[in-house]
Ligand binder design. Structure first.
Ligand code: SF4
Ligand code: SF4
Length: 286
C-alpha cells in the first residue's frame, strides 16, 4: 500500500452517519493503532466534525480562503463587451453603461482578464470561506467552512485539500452526488460508501456507485444502522458484485451518544467493524 493513502468517506445522501463513521475511523487509527492520520471535513456547507472535538477546536488555527474575482477599471473600460462574450460561465453581464461581474457565477478562470484589449481587468481576492485546523492528539483535523451565502464549495474543497497532511488521509466528503462530492473523491485512492438499509438508502447508494465507477475508484460499502433490513443492501451488492466491508449495528444508545458528540470506536462490536473496514481498504490498495 502506498504511504499516506487517501480514503474518502462518502454517501449518496445526508443523514447516513457518514461523518460519525469518518470521525470514528480517524480516531481508531490515531488511538487504537497509534498511527498518524489527517481528517479533512470537506462537507463545507455544513461541517460538523467539530461536535466531536469541541475542546480541541478551541485551539484551532483559522485561515481565510479566497478566490480571484475580476474587477473592472471603469476609466479604462470602453464597454466593448469582449469579456462578456468570452466568459463561458455567463458571469459577465454587459449593461448599458457598465459591466457587471456576477461573483456567484465566476469560476475564477482569468479568461476575461486576458481577453480584455484595454487591460481594464484586475483579479482581486474575494473570500469564500475559511479552514480551521487543529490537533486531536496525533490526529490533524482540517475543517473547511463556506462563508454564508457563498456557493464556491468546489473551490473551497479543492483549496482545503492542499493543506498539510500526516499519515493516512481521510476525507469526510459532502453528501450527494453533485460537483462538491466529485471534487472530494476525485483524488481518493479508495472510497468508503456509507448507506443505511432502507429503500431511499439503496437508491442513493446506487447513484453514488455510478459516480465512483465513472471515476474508476475502488470502493466498499458500509451499512450504517445495520439490522434486520440489511438484506436490501446485501442482495443488491451480491447481484452487482459489490463488496460490503462493514456493518455498524443500529443502537439507540449509540445514536444518542453520537448526537451528543461521543465516539464509539473503543466499544465492541464497533471497534472490530472499524478494524475490518480499515483492513478492507488496506488489502484493496496493496
Ligand atoms: S473586455 Fe475590457 S474593455 Fe471590453 S468591456 Fe470588458 S472590461 Fe471593458
Ligand atoms: S474569471 Fe472566468 S469565469 Fe470569472 S468572469 Fe472572468 S471569464 Fe468569467
Amino acid at each position: 500500500m502506498k504511504q499516506n493513502s487517501v480514503i474518502a468517506i462518502a454517501s449518496g445522501k445526508g443523514g447516513t452517519g457518514k461523518t460519525s463513521l469518518a470521525v470514528n475511523l480517524a480516531s481508531y487509527i490515531a488511538v487504537q493503532s497509534d498511527s498518524a492520520v489527517t481528517l479533512f471535513d470537506l462537507d463545507v456547507e455544513e461541517p460538523n466534525t467539530a461536535i466531536f472535538f469541541e475542546e480541541y477546536r478551541k485551539n484551532s488555527k483559522s485561515r481565510d480562503v479566497f478566490i480571484k474575482i475580476p474587477e473592472i477599471d471603469k476609466d479604462r473600460c470602453t464597454l466593448c463587451g469582449i469579456c462578456s462574450e468570452k466568459c463561458n460561465y455567463n458571469a459577465v453581464v454587459q449593461m448599458k453603461n457598465s459591466i457587471l461581474i456576477m461573483k456567484e457565477m465566476c469560476k475564477s478562470c482569468h479568461r476575461c482578464k486576458y481577453e480584455c484589449p484595454q487591460s481594464a481587468i484586475t483579479m482581486k481576492d474575494s473570500q469564500i470561506g475559511e479552514v480551521n485546523s487543529y490537533y486531536v492528539q496525533n490526529m490533524l483535523v482540517h475543517e473547511g467552512k463556506m462563508k454564508i451565502g457563498d456557493i464556491h464549495s468546489k473551490e473551497l474543497i479543492s483549496q482545503t485539500k492542499k493543506l498539510k497532511t500526516s499519515g493516512t488521509i481521510l476525507y469526510d466528503a459532502p453528501p450527494g452526488t453533485t460537483c462538491p462530492m466529485v471534487e472530494a473523491v476525485i483524488d481518493a485512492d479508495y472510497v468508503v460508501l456509507v448507506t443505511e438499509p432502507t429503500p431511499f438508502g439503496l437508491h442513493d447508494l446506487s447513484l453514488a456507485i455510478q459516480v465512483v465507477e465513472t471515476l474508476r475508484k475502488p470502493f466498499g460499502i458500509v451499512i450504517n444502522k445495520s439490522g434486520t433490513n440489511d438484506v436490501l443492501i446485501e442482495s443488491y451488492s451480491d447481484n452487482n458484485h459489490h463488496t460490503i466491508i462493514g456493518k455498524i449495528p443500529f443502537s439507540r444508545e449509540i445514536a444518542e451518544q453520537c448526537g451528543n458528540g461521543n465516539l464509539y470506536y473503543r466499544q465492541e462490536p464497533y471497534a472490530s467493524e472499524l478494524n475490518q473496514i480499515i483492513k478492507s481498504w488496506q488489502e484493496a490498495l496493496i
